[in-house]
Design a protein around this ligand. Structure first.
Ligand code: ADP
Length: 467
């Protein structure tokens, strides 16, 4: 419709312009014809003088030749008396012979050109040639009819052409709509075709394809996450069920019940730990983890955690040393940050040897205004090829080994660390030498003004040991 409207306006403007210009050209052509005719008549008069008959014949021929132009001719003698006139000449006043083409077109019924000339004999004579306006008007009307015909054809063709062009332009969009309309979260394999034109539609298809890639990968991760979570929840539940069944199958002594119940409690503790971790990750996905508006004394948490793990380390033959401990206030909820520090120290002890070493440092990088938590161990290290995967949810580099251990993890500790640290605009990195040990480095933005130390709240999520 827009194309039709634009074409309509363009045709209108063009028609008016063309019609005006053509009318002008026609008028000029007619005037030129009058001037030329007058010259020809002059020559004829000179040639046939004094043979009036021959002259009349020649002039009549010319009049006849230009009948369609309603061309007429009059000759006047010295005294301005009509000497000869073509039959089609209108009744006219005696000539003034000013030599001009006179009269505006639209007001006069005819247009004439008059000229005073001198014969070879020395006598003056006058020529007047002209045409009736009607002839010019006929030409103009014909011209306008042609223009109108062309305009009507264009205006009929415009909506059709517009429709075809619009259809061509929107066909790829229809394809995009059709493809995206039947995409389902369960099947995100289909991608939009890229035509290689590099135009906006191609760019749109590329953008949508990129978004579909990201969505599909996110959904796959999520699916794996749910499957893994269900799998991990099943083992403690099965253990609880077995214990309860053992307790129910016959009556037992209070001591036996106490053992069964303490087994059940242990599994419930494991379940609670897993559910808490899943909650933190879910909060991380929802973007609500870590308490960006709160401030926490990181040095306090590091000291507390180191103290807490002292006994565990000793039990595992690991020497846990607290190295540098700069005072550092960082953004974030104390509970989540404590979880990060505990996970790292716990891993450093867990994946260590007997005897082994764990060193924890808290430094301040004033140049980058960051707090640096470094946890290094002299443990088993991580193979280079699995290093990029250790932050994935439920990923365990050495399943056999960790499974057997009492404090076997779920493979969620490091992904929780990453979720929390990234939510606080920090970074977590690892360097590892397989067989010789690993170093985890956490960087967090440093809060310089340490005075408004807001209380991080009582929102404690109870987490049993073992990540
Ligand atoms: P888990 O609960 O299994 O400890 P994490 O997410 O904390 O899960 O760690 C993922 C994996 O990364 C672990 O299974 C382990 O193989 C490896 N890993 C983590 N920390 C260390 C470390 N300090 N030394 C060696 N391997 C580590």
């Amino acid at each position: 419709m827009w194309i039709t409207l634009v074409v309509f306006v363009m045709v209108l403007v063009t028609n008016i312009t063309v019609s005006e210009l053509e009318q002008q050209a026609l008028r000029q052509g007619y005037d030129q014809f009058l001037r030329d005719s007058l010259e020809e008549v002059n020559v004829a008069v000179a040639k046939f003088e004094p043979g009036k008959e021959q002259l009349e014949k020649a002039l009549l021929e010319k009049v006849k030749d230009n009948e369609y132009r309603t061309w007429f001719l009059q000759l006047y003698d010295e005294k301005k008396d009509l000497y000869w006139s073509s039959g089609n000449a209108p009744k006219l006043e005696p000539p003034t012979f000013v030599g001009e083409i006179n009269g505006p077109y639209d007001e006069k019924k005819h247009r004439v050109y008059e000229k005073k000339l001198r014969k070879a004999s020395g006598e003056n004579y006058y020529i007047r040639c002209g045409f009736l306006h009607v002839a010019l008007q006929d030409d103009i009307n014909q011209l306008n009819r042609n223009i109108l015909l062309a305009s009507i054809s264009i205006m009929l063709a415009a909506p059709l052409g517009g429709y075809v062009i619009a259809l061509r332009a929107t066909r790829p969009i229809s394809q995009i709509i059709a493809t995206t309309a039947h995409l389902q979260p369960s099947n995100l394999k289909e991608r939009l075709p890229i035509r290689g034109t590099g135009d906006e539609i191609d760019q749109l298809s590329q953008t949508i394809n990129g978004m579909l890639d990201r969505l599909a990968s996110y959904l796959n991760q999520n699916r794996d996450f749910v499957a893994n979570a269900a799998h991990e929840l099943r083992s403690p539940l099965a253990a609880i069920r077995t214990s309860v069944e053992v307790g129910l199958n016959r009556s037992r002594t209070p001591e036996e019940y106490a053992v069964i119940l303490s087994d059940v409690m242990e599994e419930i503790g494991r379940l609670a730990g897993l559910v808490n971790r899943l909650l933190i990750l879910a909060e991380g996905d929802a973007g609500s983890v870590a308490g960006k508006d709160q401030f926490t004394r990181l040095d306090k948490i590091v000291r507390e955690s180191a103290d807490m793990f002292d006994a565990v380390a000793e039990l595992n033959g690991v020497r846990l040393t607290l190295g540098e401990l700069a005072s550092a206030i960082v953004p974030g909820d104390e509970t989540y940050l404590r979880q990060v520090v505990r996970n790292l120290i716990d891993n450093a002890i867990k994946y260590n040897r007997n005897p082994g070493d764990v060193v924890v440092h808290l430094r301040v990088d004033s140049a980058r205004k960051q707090a640096l938590l470094i946890v290094s161990d002299s443990g088993i290290g991580i193979d280079e090829e699995v290093l990029p995967r250790i932050f994935e949810r439920f990923y365990r580099a050495d399943k056999a080994r960790t499974r057997e251990k009492e404090r076997a993890g779920y493979g969620l500790g490091l992904s929780i660390c990453q979720t929390v640290i990234q939510a606080l605009h920090g970074e977590i990195a690892v360097e590892s030498d397989a067989g010789r040990g690993s170093t985890f480095t956490v960087r967090l933005p440093l809060i310089e003004d340490s005075t408004p130390l807001a209380h991080s709240g009582d929102k404690h999520i109870p987490l049993p040991l073992g990540s």
